[in-house]
Design a binder for this molecule. Structure first.
Ligand code: FE2
Length: 147
């Protein structure tokens, strides 16, 4: 398996695990601004879920088999899961910022490998993904500054 596919597989796993984790934050965040934060986190997992499917389908177009089981996601992903409990808005944003930044790094790594292999379609897809991740990272970073 090429290194590019290898990193795309990790990206699928990270997107799957982080999708669940951001649902956890969306459900369990508590505080005065619950509703807008709850809704903001829904925007994050909608983005992750879309990217998850798009990266998996790109792996298929490249002739590979995307990881497709929860067990394999937990094995490959470096995103750490969390238990279900009350979580402050600040903590939720810190976790989201940290994990989205790590996901961004993995997407950029895959983009670099795709570029080296002269695969402009994967490059374009991942650049779009990083653009959307940057928007979410910016939103949580601004909130952390003022919190
Ligand atoms: Fe929801």
């Amino acid at each position: 398996m090429s290194e590019k596919i290898e990193v795309l597989q990790k990206l699928v796993a990270d997107l799957a695990v982080l999708n669940v984790k951001v649902h956890n934050l969306h459900w369990n965040v508590v505080g005065e601004n619950f509703k807008p934060v709850h809704e903001q986190l829904e925007g994050v997992y909608d983005t992750l879920f879309e990217q998850y499917d798009e990266v998996a389908e790109r792996i298929k177009m490249l002739g590979g088999f995307p990881l497709a089981s929860l067990r394999s996601y937990l094995e490959k992903s470096s995103i750490e899961e969390m238990d279900s409990h009350d979580i402050s808005i600040r903590q939720a944003f810190e976790i989201a910022k940290n994990d989205l930044s790590s996901l961004r790094e993995t997407a950029l790594h895959a983009r670099k490998l795709a570029d080296q292999e002269d695969d402009p379609i994967t490059v374009a897809l991942l650049e779009d993904h990083v653009t959307d991740l940057d928007k979410h990272i910016w939103l949580v970073s601004q909130a952390l500054k003022n919190a």
